[in-house]
Design a protein around this ligand. Sequence first.
Ligand SMILES: O=C(O)c1ccccc1N[C@@H]1O[C@H](COP(=O)(O)O)[C@@H](O)[C@H]1O
Length: 218
Amino acid sequence: MKTEVKICGLKTPEAVEHAVARGASHTGFIFFPRSPRNIEPDDAARVAKGIRGRAKIVAVTVDAENDDLDEIVAALNPDILQLHGGESPDRVLTVKAIYGLPVMKALPIREASDLDRIDPYLGIVDRFLFDAKPPVGSDLPGGNGISFDWRLLDALDERVDYMLSGGLNAANIGEAMALTGARAVDISSGIESAPGVKDLKLMDEFFDAVRRAETERP
Ligand SMILES: O=C(O)c1ccccc1N[C@@H]1O[C@H](COP(=O)(O)O)[C@@H](O)[C@H]1O
C-alpha cells in the first residue's frame, strides 16, 4: 500500500499543485497567526481550488474558537480538521458535532508517558498525528522541524491510526518509516528553503525518499 503523504504549511498554488502531482494524499493549510506558514482562509481557498478531490484538504488550527473555525470551514470547506493545540476529548466531540468533519488530533511526543494521552481520545478522533513536543521557548506548537524518538512508538497498539510528523526530511524519512512502519507521514519545514517557503526540489527529494523506503518494507 502506498504511503499517505501530507504536505503541510502550503501557501502558493504552485507548491500545492506540485505536491499533488508528486502524489500527496493530503495538503495542509495553517491557520495560526504566529506561524510563518499562516494563511488567511480566503487565500487558502484560492490556493487549494485546483486540487479539491485529488488530495484531502486539511485545515490546521490551534485551540481555535468556534468563530475562527466557522470562518475557515465556510471559506475553505476542508476535508479534515487537524487540531494541533491542547483540545480536550470533549472539545473534539463538540467540534465534530458542529462541523461534521473528520478530526485528526495532534499529540506532542517526547517520552514514553506521552503515549498515555492517546486513550481518552480513542473512539473520538478519526486519526492521531504524532508530532515532537516543541522545544522550550518555542512560539509554535508544530512546524519546529524537530523529531521525537521514533522507537517510542514500539509500544503503540497497532490498531491506533496515525500520521507520523515532526522533523521529517528526505534524509531521515527512510529510517523513520523503517522503525515505525508508519503508513502516513507529514512534513512541513523539512521541505523549506526559509521558514514558510516551500522548496519544490526538497519536496521532490522527500517524495523520492518515501517511495524508496516503501520498496524496502518487509
Ligand atoms: O507548521 C507550523 O507552523 C504549525 C503551526 C501551528 C500548528 C502546527 C504547525 N505545523 C504542524 O507541525 C507538523 C510538523 O512540522 P515539521 O515537519 O516538524 O516542520 C506539520 O506538518 C504541521 O502539521
